[in-house]
Design a protein around this ligand. Structure first.
Ligand SMILES: [Zn+2]
Length: 327
């Protein structure tokens, strides 16, 4: 397993596509590496014509939930376009084929999906994603990832690195770059979340986030990035140790912390209803309560640990919703 994680991490560092098979198995893209790790010939294969070449990772990770310009011209869903309800109801079969065992709840505002990604063949732990897919393009999808297993251990939230602020949801890409938008296949979105979780696995195994990332604020670079990771600034093709680290280290630590806190608010964590549902997945919460709206993220304050910072938080969320993209 360790060698596979390392190989996939190397491909992510090179900004290459990696391959996501059924059940959320992540493999290097090249055929020889896949044969070496043996998963393609097992039961994880995926129909080539439906799922060509994989994870569609763009390397612009770290931002999600952008409201400004989230639906550029020529995309699949205009800002005030028609509902995607019929489109996504038709995809349920495809979703359960790519991610076997996925549970689906249909609500008036969208779908809740409870899916599982193995990440590697025969894993010690699996990843469960609770994903909300809105039917209306005035809302954004959200997903929360949890490690599950071994048996009798409680699910453990995956974060806080590269999760959205403040609800701790998966922050796998920037909506504004076209990686995925409402109207695209939901399986593609689950694949992106799967690769995000694989990066967390790499972080746990090797202590290093593989591939490009976004972390504009020096506080999070200082507290989260190691020198051999890609820097989160605009020069993100450089390693942190060769880019912003020396400059960040000259800053006043207290001022950097205050700046970050004022800009981003408190800590990130999943809403209690999400955590409770993961532990007892019988009756999902109303989807509209948890999926941010383009109309100013009006639901966000309920997760705030610092109501006095609400004006700053709304400003931040308008810019993105993921702390790691904010300046
Ligand atoms: Zn930098």
């Amino acid at each position: 397993m360790r060698e596979l994680v390392r190989e996939v991490g190397q491909q992510l560092d090179l900004n290459l596509e990696v391959r996501v098979l059924n059940s959320g198995i992540v493999l290097p893209h090249d055929v020889e590496a896949q044969k070496k790790h043996g998963a393609k010939e097992q039961s994880y294969g995926r129909s080539e014509q439906k799922r060509p070449a994989a994870a569609a990772w763009t390397g612009t990770e770290g931002r999600e939930g952008t409201t400004n310009g989230a639906w550029p011209a020529g995309t699949t869903a205009p800002l005030f376009g028609p509902s995607c309800e019929a489109l996504y109801r038709e995809q349920i079969g495809e979703i359960t084929e790519a991610y076997p065992g996925t549970k689906v709840w249909v609500q008036p505002d969208g779908l809740w999906l409870l899916s599982e990604s193995l990440l590697v063949p025969m894993p010690a732990r699996r990843v469960v994603f609770l994903t909300g897919i809105p039917f209306s393009p005035v809302r954004f999808p959200r997903s929360w990832g949890f490690w599950v297993g071994p048996p009798l251990t409680a699910p453990k939230w995956i974060g806080p690195r590269h999760t959205n602020f403040p609800d701790g949801s998966v922050c796998a890409f920037d909506h504004s770059d076209g990686t995925w938008r409402l109207g695209k296949p939901i399986v593609d979105l689950l694949d992106l979340y799967t690769v995000w979780a694989f990066r967390h696995l790499h972080l746990q195994v090797f202590g290093r986030w593989p591939g490009r990332q976004v972390a504009h604020h020096p506080y999070e670079r200082l507290t989260e990035l190691s020198g051999d990771e890609y820097c989160g600034c605009d020069n993100s093709d450089k390693l942190y140790g060769e880019c912003c680290r020396d400059k960040d280290n000259t800053l006043n630590a207290f001022e950097v912390f205050v700046s970050f806190y004022v800009e981003m608010g408190g800590v990130r964590r999943p809403p209690p209803v999400v955590t409770e549902f993961i532990q007892n997945p019988t009756n999902p919460p109303p989807l509209a309560d948890l999926l941010p709206s383009v109309f100013g993220f009006l639901k966000a304050p309920r997760f705030s640990a610092a109501p006095i910072l609400l004006p700053f938080m709304n400003h931040s969320l308008r810019k993105g919703g993921c702390r790691s993209q904010l300046k």
